[in-house]
Design a protein. Sequence first.
Length: 466
Amino acid sequence: MTTSHAPVAVIGGGPIGLITALGLVAHGVPTVVFEADAELSTDTKAGTVLTRTLEVLDRYGAVEPVLEASLRIDEIGELDRATGQSTGSVLTSALIEETRFPFVINIPQHELEPVLADELERRAPGTLRLRHRLEDFTEHAGGVTLHLSTPDGPVTLEASRVAADLDHAIWALDQPSVDGLNSYWISKLAAEAGFKVALSGQGGDELFGGYPSLAWFGRFTAVARWARPLPATLFGRVLDRPALPFRWRKLSYLIGADDPFVASQMAVKILFLDRDVAGLLSPALGQNGHHAEAERHLSHWSRLVEQEDLLERLAFMDIHTHLEPRLLRDLDAMSMAHSIEVRPVFLDHRLVEFLLPVPSGIRIQQKRLLLDAAKSFLPRNLLEDLETRRKRTFTFPFKRWITRDLHRTMQEAFSQRRLGSQQVLEFGAVDDLWRRYVRSEPSVGWSRIWSLFVLQRWCEIMQVSP
């Protein structure tokens, strides 16, 4: 992606900033709006919107929701404040030959801004960023670098930097993976700052029960036990229909499952169902695949702890089917690409050997045991913040990137010429999925599109083909 495809930054989320963003989005220009305040305006100011502004909103396709929320005024006049009597007025219908909107409207700013913001969110999700204050900017040949204060602390945004390093990041993976880009950039920034060694918190969620998804595994296991007597071929088809979103189709694994626990793992962890994999891969690969490979892999690890309680089994599975094969492997590859030595302190063998015998009911409770152990040396304000802060994943805004910033890059990667050259992915199936994603992102999910892009681009970079 060239710098010409970098997003335009609009500073200020008032009416002018929001209308400007709507105009840019209407013309297909990637845009982001930074607003310093934590919420939109609450002041009843600037209540009148004139004809020319309505024409601008109409040009951007946003006039209807504004009109629906406003009061139409066809006569403008003056009042004598002392007597309350009219001293003169003008009928706006005099403009009927000049405009489609021969009237003005009344809508206070605190009511107008949410209407504009909702329309912007509908067209370009994630465009408006509250609590992002511009502190400084640097102009250069390729665009502008913004220095912003954000809810998560200071951050420097360079619109096209991720795209410029994307091929190197995929090359550094050493094998295609849906994860790893966050580790790549943390390692890169640490190296640029002069560091040679970094500490990682990997393993903390697995050992101390930090993943919110633990609750989903429990619910899905219970559902799978209940649905175990149902014939999968009959009832599973109700959910496994191509027209349904993938997140619903995966629930078909819970019907008639031999092992309800493994079924819950499948319903949460897999991206594509077996028949999707066979269709997405080229015939040379799809016809030679191993049916139910993911299920066999999860079943192998599940059997090793089938006598343990549910929490213990979930922790064991997270360690051996997620932490070891993906997170640690990706972090090692990405950090080595920048000559950074990363040490996951929670996975020191002495700590792991000490913790694993601790009963799951004590150890696995949203990192409470870890916080209690840290009370004696953490500052009180930091401890209070950690205790009340919601769990946040370290995930990049892939949905926004795929939809906007990297849209052309993705489109080109999924072209018939590129896919046909590698012969790893089947163009028809990938094209159908990509078009469906563009129409309705929730029905597909960014992670599926991203995984296909990484696989295709990795095969191109590594010159891999059947």
